[in-house]
Ligand binder design. Structure first.
Ligand code: HAM
Length: 411
């Protein structure tokens, strides 16, 4: 028996309905904040992803050559593609641009719960606003989106300049290594790296920086950074809006295009792969041949949100009508089915040429109501409506039956 590729998933209807419901809640929040949907290709020139991150990232991607010998990659994320599109299509559009997307990404990772090779992100990119207000807006939007999904989470906000200021004398590769240790809270690894560099003097301040939750204290530890006032303003806006978050200057982010504010969301009930959102301020447009425009954005890890919501997301909302008929009632049943569907009600008719009893037994397993069209109903134009939860049954006019089903809540 053939199986799906490693790290991918199939979604059955119950799960798809749950996913779409959550996706639409995210869409609705994005709409309310003025973010309009964009779409980019599933694959891009490989260069788009290696330009900033280097060839090292190839190992984590699906890379292939097409028949014309072009080097392409399935997108591992959407931000670079959105900024490429901005440079290609919308450079002169009035700023800021507020864009959002719901799209699948591909990463060649070792699969485990919450980590897949094909996964979906709901993301936003705010392009062309280089202010504290822009930083605050994306964080508030991130929080609104996670709230809309119903997931329980913690939001952590940091800024890369503080840590960068402390390690600025190290070689860039070493800076990255130190930041990666801190991101993972790998203090043993950090100490070993600092020892190998003869820079154990940095250990105390780096550890203090990632431990503090206080902005003034963080500035004291890391020294003056040019973005001090902007960060203070952002924090002021967040506090004024009442959003729940925690300052954390240990956030380093995996992708290396970030330049300023960074933030991450964590679900409380997931294991190792508990990061459900990540984002921050970055500059990529110039690298792709555009102006040096500032951007800020984030992506919700949609699949991890669904894992975190678990069974609670699976409640079916649709009321279902099973339409049962005898052969004399079939024509009338087609018209009745149309009327129910026109009224927006999910209506399923027997296709198996089963007897009336078997049709009702099937409806009891799959529907909330049975609508029966026997010989008598076919003649009178009425329908017999049976509530399959209570067993209550009555013969009524079509409009009344539709009204009754509509008034019924979710199963
Ligand atoms: P990222 O942190 O690499 O950021 O990914 C965003 C989210 O996607 C993660 O927080 C995680 O929930 C989810 N995710 C990542 N890898 C996997 C995987 N293998 N399986 C399931 N979920 C995964 C970005 O991609 C940036 N483009 C976000 C951004 C937008 N920054 C600015 N704008």
């Amino acid at each position: 028996m053939l199986q799906k590729p490693r790290g991918t998933r199939d979604f059955l209807p119950d799960e798809m309905e749950a996913r779409r419901a959550v996706e639409w809640r995210l869409r609705e929040v994005a709409r309310r904040w003025g973010y309009r949907e964009v779409c980019t290709p599933e694959f891009e020139d490989l260069e788009l992803f290696t330009m900033r991150s280097g060839e090292g990232i190839i190992g984590e991607m699906y890379v292939f050559e097409d028949k014309g010998g072009r080097k392409l990659a399935l997108r591992p994320e959407i931000t670079a593609a959105v900024i490429r599109m901005y440079v290609n299509e919308a450079k002169v559009a009035p700023k800021p641009l507020r864009w959002c997307y719901y799209a699948d990404c591909f990463r060649y990772e070792r699969p485990q719960k919450g980590r897949y090779r094909q996964f979906w992100q709901f993301g936003v990119e705010l392009i062309g606003a280089d202010t504290a207000a822009a930083d605050a807006e994306t964080i508030l939007l991130a929080s609104d989106m996670l709230n809309a999904t119903g997931v329980t989470y913690e939001l952590k906000v940091g800024h890369l300049s503080l840590m960068r200021n402390l390690v600025k004398d190290l070689e860039p590769v070493m800076q990255r290594k130190v930041r990666a240790h801190l991101d993972k809270k790998d203090f043993d690894g950090l100490n070993a790296t600092l020892e190998s560099l003869n820079r154990t003097d940095l250990a105390a301040s780096l550890t203090a920086l990632v431990s503090t939750r206080n902005l003034a204290e963080a500035f004291e530890i890391a020294g003056a950074i040019p973005e001090k006032e902007r960060l203070e303003q952002t924090v002021e806006s967040l506090d004024a809006s009442g959003v729940k978050y925690e300052l954390n200057f240990g956030i380093a982010r995996g992708l290396d295009y970030y330049t300023g504010i960074v933030f991450e969301g964590f679900a409380q009930n997931l294991g190792a792969e508990n990061q459900i959102l990540g984002g921050g301020a970055y500059r990529l447009a110039q690298l792709f041949g555009g102006d040096d425009v500032a951007s800020c954005g984030f992506a919700v890890g949609f699949d991890r949100v669904m894992v975190s919501l678990g069974e609670t997301a699976l409640n079916r909302k649709d009321t279902v009508v099973g339409l049962a008929c005898m052969s004399e009632g079939r024509k009338r049943a087609l018209a009745v089915g149309r009327a129910f569907r026109d009224a927006g009600i999910r209506t399923e008719m027997d296709l198996m040429e089963r007897g009336l009893g078997a049709q009702l037994a099937h409806a009891a397993k799959s529907a909330d109501f049975a609508v029966v069209i026997g010989k008598r109903e076919a003649e009178t134009g009425e329908v017999t409506l049976k509530n399959l939860h209570t067993g209550e049954q009555k013969t009524v006019g079509l409009d009344e039956a539709i009204a009754e089903v509509r008034a019924h809540g979710a199963r």
